[in-house]
Design a protein around this ligand. Sequence first.
Ligand code: ADP
Ligand code: ADP
Length: 226
Amino acid sequence: MKALSIRNLKKTYGNGFQALKGIDLDVEAGDFFALLGPNGAGKSTAIGIISSLVNASSGSVSIFGHDLEKERPQAKSCIGLVPQEINFNQFDTVQSILLNQAGYYGTPRKLALQRTEQCLKQMDLWDKRDTVSRRLSGGMKRRVMIARAMVHAPKLLILDEPTAGVDIEIRRSMWKMMEEVNQQGTTIILTTHYLEEAESLCRNIAIIDQGHIVEHSDMKSLLARL
Ligand code: ADP
Ligand code: ADP
C-alpha cells in the first residue's frame, strides 16, 4: 500500500513563479521518509498541496489510495501536519489544544479525551496537560505540535522541521518519540535542515531542488554514494 503517490505535480503561484515543475514521489505505508532540499526548493509547497493548504496547478496526489481531488475529505483525514511555525493559542492549556483539535475533526468527546491522553503520554507531556502552553519550553511546545497533529490518529504524519531551534539533547529525545510513533505504524514524512536527523531516522529519501526531484532512493544507497 502506498501512503503517498504523486504524479507530475506542478504549482505555479499567482505571480507566475513555478515552484514545482512536475514532481513524482512515492512513499510506502509504514515508511519514515525524508524530504530534503535547500531553501526555496519547493518543499513547503509540496507539503502544502499534500495537506490541502495549497491548490496544485496540475498533476495528481493520492493519499492511502484516496485521490486528493476526488476524495479530499478522506485524503485529508489520513493526514496530520506539523507546520514549521508554532501556531497554537499560547493562552490555552496543553490539554485544551488537543481537545480543540479533536473537535475540529468531529471526534466524539469520550474518544477525544482518550486520544488526547494517549498522544500527550506518547510525547511525554501528560503531566503538563493543565499548563498554559506559553509557559512551556521550546522543546515542549514542539512536542505539543506533534501531539496535536496525532489526535485524530492520522495514518500519515508530515513533520516540517519539527526540531528546529531545540538543543541537541532535546532533539535526540524527540527522535526517539518520533521513532516510536513510526514503529506503531504511522507513516512519517520529515523535512529537516539537520542531515544527522534524516540519516538516523529515515529509511528513504527524496531531494528536491528548484522544483524538481533530483534524488529518490533509500538512505543507505544515497549515503554510500556521498
Ligand atoms: P496562489 O496562486 O496559490 O493563490 P498567490 O500567488 O496568490 O498564491 O500568493 C499567496 C500569498 O503568498 C500572497 O499573499 C502573496 O503575496 C504571498 N507570496 C507571494 N510571493 C511569495 C513568496 N515568494 N514567498 C512566500 N509568499 C509569497
Ligand atoms: P522550501 O519549503 O523548499 O523552502 P517553498 O515551497 O516555500 O520552498 O518555496 C518554493 C519557491 O516558491 C520559493 O522561491 C518561494 O519564494 C516561492 N513561493 C512560495 N510561496 C509562494 C507564493 N505564495 N507566491 C509566490 N511564490 C511563492
